[in-house]
Write a new protein. Structure first.
Lengths: 293, 462
């Protein structure tokens, strides 16, 4: 299990990862490659097995197997172009939008294969929500932004129920007190940090089980980032969270487990503390100590 | 020398000036340690010399050509016998035209008087002189310009900035010409329309319900009422445009949605050129398609279900006009829907919305102002369209909102008023200008609204 054959033509490189490219080349000669650490957990909410992702002929993810445990926060780190965002988007089939993208392997949510023929992306995405890199509220009112999901999935049967959902979601995203008097104002008028919390509120309004966050703080200032991190800490009581981040400090602060990706391969995974204090793989160590990234 | 020859030689002179100017900058630069010692690149000195040689000479040429005929006319006329000079302007013009045509073709001297033949000879002489003078003056100006430029070339001359500012002025002049032309058209239409309103009161024109522009030219003519009520034309125009928009907006918008959101790249690359061909079909072709195919089809269809349909109906013209506008609406909407950021699509799809819900609830509301702007631009095209309506909707100015009847539009009436021999001082002909003015204001209003909406849209996303 977890064996991978690294082929020279399968390696994706970009100018940004030129130095990283040199580093992986040392491992190209290793025909068998094993992810270091323990990728599997007992109470897996989602599990990926031997996942390969291709964009046309280019392979972006190589044979990744990883579990995401229930009510845990797992951070995915790695240099640009390492496939961590691609892996995250595979988890709620956002890559279906890209026509040239092809996914191999098994990914399941509570044991059901999400790429199975009986699966519907509508229901899947209601259970596995997503928060994006750049805050992307709709150009609608704050209320309508949060009510969007519940409307689509028919979760509220009356105005009062909808009000309830909107308020709860905004409270959970710790935004309610700031916006309670301006729910009819456009969501695009909020500050960047507030917009991102609005997007989180929008995501949790449909009561997902898993929330995927794709670098949710990369467009925010440190104060707004701190608020989002606090929020993630609160949310993990109710949700399973997978977060992609460029900031190692953030990964260290918010997550329980950390997975290190490198050029499409899952190099190392383990408890966050261990990864950051005693990385086992040379690449992980190089990345964490800031030798490239 | 012909004007075109002068122009060609002038271009050649400018080209030579370029090379000489560039060469001279190299020579000047020798003492400064080569081309690096110059303020600008050698080519900029070349451009400067070329522009100095070409532009003033070109200006002289334009002025000469513009004024030549007027000056020659005055000179010839002043040589004519006094009794002929005393003729009224129109007869004098005729007399002079005979001289010119004789001088140019040299034939048919039979009907001409002796003084005319003499004047023709004089005219020919003047013309030959004028040509020689024109050519020599233009070349002189070009050479002087070139020499002045060459003389100024020095290592410190800021030729680059100089050339840049000349180009700025050339660009300004071009945009100024466009503005001036528009202004000229509007003013000429306005003045003719004012002449019309001297004969027919503005209120009769704007609020009259009867359009029948036949005027009695002679007192004994009958059957000419000469009423100029503009309302039936406006209603006809709006009726046909409405029918057209009912076709063009849904089809155009939905195909834009399909192309931008659903279609594969391959389908898109096949469909777009086809639709561009549709946009390139001349309107006269649409016109006979409407008149010969669509209109009879609608009449037969109507009769088969017991409706009386005119063989030239507003419906036929409107449908074909709608088809003509589809590519217009489609490509504008396509651009605008594509301009909605992908993050909106991702946000909606990531919530579990289907593509359909995403389009209805996110993309269209976000793109709506832009789409409205595009539709208004399409409407102003529909209102200005003439050929299809001439051929398919008929000429009878009936005040009706029944699309099965024949109606007529503002543009069609302008055409019919001006086609054929007309006298330009009767209200019948001048009415065309009044109609043009009104049409201008209607489309201007729509364009202003469209631009306002589009600009508002642009502020929404950066």
């Amino acid at each position: 299990m977890n064996s991978m054959t690294v082929t020279a033509d399968g390696v994706i490189s970009s100018p940004a990862t030129a130095r990283a490219d040199l580093d992986i080349r040392e491992h190209e000669h290793v025909s068998h490659y094993q992810t270091i650490g323990e990728p599997f957990v007992d109470n897996a909410k989602m599990s990926a097995r031997n996942v390969n992702v291709f964009y046309d002929d280019k392979q972006a993810i190589f044979d990744v197997s990883l579990d995401i445990g229930g009510n845990e926060v797992i951070a995915m780190i790695g240099p640009s172009g390492c496939g961590k965002s691609t892996f995250l988007r595979v988890l709620n089939r956002m890559n279906d939008i890209i026509p040239i993208c092809r996914v191999q392997g098994d990914i399941s949510l509570d044991g059901d294969n999400i790429y199975g023929s009986d699966q519907d992306t509508v229901l899947l995405r209601a259970r596995v929500g997503m928060v994006f890199q750049k805050p992307n509220p709709f150009p609608k009112s704050i209320y309508e932004n949060v009510a969007y999901g519940p409307r689509i999935h028919g979760l509220a049967h009356s105005k009062a129920e909808m009000d309830e959902i909107v308020e709860t979601s905004l409270r959970r995203a710790s935004l309610f007190d700031e916006v309670k008097d301006q729910l009819d104002k456009p969501g695009t008028g909020l500050s960047g940090g507030q917009q991102q919390r609005l997007c989180i509120a929008r995501a949790i309004a449909v009561s997902p089980e898993v929330i995927l966050m794709d670098e949710p703080c990369s467009a925010l200032d440190p104060i707004a980032t701190a608020r989002i991190e606090e929020l993630i800490d609160e949310l993990k009581a109710n949700y399973t969270i997978a977060i992609v981040t460029h900031s190692m400090q953030q990964a260290a602060r918010v997550s329980e487990r950390t997975a290190y990706f490198h050029l499409g391969k899952l190099i190392e995974v383990g408890d966050t503390k261990e990864i950051f204090t005693m990385p086992k793989h040379e690449l992980t160590e190089n990345y964490i100590t800031g030798r490239f990234g | 020398m012909q004007t075109s020859t002068v122009l060609l030689i002038l271009v050649a002179l400018a080209a030579i000036s370029f090379f000489v100017g560039r060469k001279r900058s190299h020579l000047v630069a020798v003492g400064q340690g080569g081309a690096y010692g110059l303020h600008s690149l050698p080519k900029h000195y070349g451009y400067m010399a070329a522009l100095w040689a070409g532009l003033p000479a070109l200006l002289v040429l334009i002025l000469w050509v513009g004024l030549e005929s007027r000056v020659l006319t005055n000179m010839v006329v002043s040589q004519l016998p006094a009794e002929i000079q005393a003729l009224p302007e129109s007869e004098l013009g005729l007399y002079f035209n005979q001289i010119v045509s004789f001088a140019q073709s040299g034939s048919d001297a039979l009907g001409l008087s002796e003084s005319q033949v003499a004047a023709a000879g004089y005219y020919q002489e003047l013309l030959a002189d004028s040509r020689v003078m024109k050519a020599s003056l233009v070349f002189l100006v070009a050479v002087i310009g070139c020499l002045l430029a060459l003389q100024r070339i020095s290592p410190t001359l800021r030729a680059r900035n100089h050339v840049e500012s000349i180009f700025t002025w050339i660009l300004f002049a071009c945009s100024f010409i466009a503005v001036l032309t528009t202004l000229g058209i509007v003013l000429s239409v306005l003045f003719e329309a004012i002449r019309f309103f001297h004969a027919i009161p503005v209120t009769d024109f704007l609020f009259g319900l009867q359009w029948s522009p036949q005027m009695a030219i002679r007192i004994d003519q009958v059957g000419a009422s000469g009423s100029f009520g503009f309302v039936p034309l406006l209603v006809g125009t709006l009726l046909i445009s409405t029918v057209a928009m009912f076709i063009a907006v849904p089809v155009g918008l939905m195909s834009a949605i399909y192309l931008s959101e659903y279609a594969t790249r391959r389908f898109r690359s096949l469909t777009k050129p086809v639709l561009e061909i549709l946009a390139g079909v001349p309107t006269v072709v649409y016109g006979f398609f409407a008149a010969l195919t669509v209109a009879p089809f609608i009449r037969n269809l109507g009769e088969s279900i017991g409706l009386s349909v005119a063989s030239e109906s507003a419906l036929a013209a409107g449908i074909v006009m709608g088809i003509m506008i589809i590519p217009f609406v489609m490509s504008l909407s396509d651009d605008i829907i594509n301009a909605v950021p992908d993050s909106m699509r991702e946000a909606s799809l990531g919530m579990g919305a289907t593509m359909n819900e995403t389009i209805r609830k996110v993309l269209l509301p976000a793109a709506l102002p832009g789409i409205v702007g595009g539709i208004l631009l399409a409407v102003s095209r529909a209102i200005g369209e003439t050929m299809i309506v001439v051929m398919a909707a008929g000429l009878s100015a009936k005040l009706t909102i029944n699309p099965l009847e024949a109606v007529t539009t503002i543009t069609v009436q302008i055409v019919t008023l001006l086609v054929g021999d007309q006298e330009f001082d009767s209200p019948k002909t001048l009415a065309a200008f009044a109609l043009g003015l009104v049409l201008f204001f209607v489309t201007l209003l729509l364009n202003v609204i469209a631009l306002y909406v589009v600009r508002k849209y642009r502020e929404q996303y950066e």
